[in-house]
Design a binder for this molecule. Structure first.
Ligand SMILES: [Zn+2]
Length: 132
């Protein structure tokens, strides 16, 4: 068990139960995109038995506490992201792979024409790709 992860949970107001810590150990060593299903598979692969409900509840809590970002691609597909800094994504429709867009700067979006009387609050860009 990694105590830095326990500390990370505590500092975010999440009580570090064994299951939450197991999930934190799975997630927080590197930036990654994952779904609830892929996380549960990885946990089971590592011999950690958690129910789907626990995975969903833990992810919901982590999102609420700002430990992971939730990214809804469509009504069927929701990703989670351990990189909680603001950034944009490529989504490959054919492979289902989500990757960060490194090359976009806020400057590039400044020229966007928006309806009069409004200001941009936030931009979440998902560029959908297809293989050819
Ligand atoms: Zn990302």
């Amino acid at each position: 068990m990694t105590s830095t992860h326990a500390l990370k949970l505590k500092n975010s107001g999440v009580y570090p139960t064994a299951q939450r810590l197991a999930i934190a150990d799975m997630l927080f060593d590197r930036h990654q995109h994952f779904t609830a299903d892929s996380l549960q598979e990885a946990l089971i692969f590592n011999g950690i038995k958690v129910s789907k409900a626990t995975v969903y509840n833990t992810l919901k809590l982590f999102v609420e506490k700002g430990l992971v970002n939730e990214l809804v691609i469509d009504s069927q597909k929701c990703f989670y992201d351990t990189n909680t800094s603001h950034h944009h994504h490529f989504y490959n429709i054919d492979t289902g792979e989500l990757t960060d867009i490194e090359s976009i700067t806020p400057k590039m979006l400044e020229s966007l024409s928006i309806p009069e009387g409004t200001t941009i609050d936030n931009i979440d860009l998902v560029v959908r790709l297809r293989n050819h």
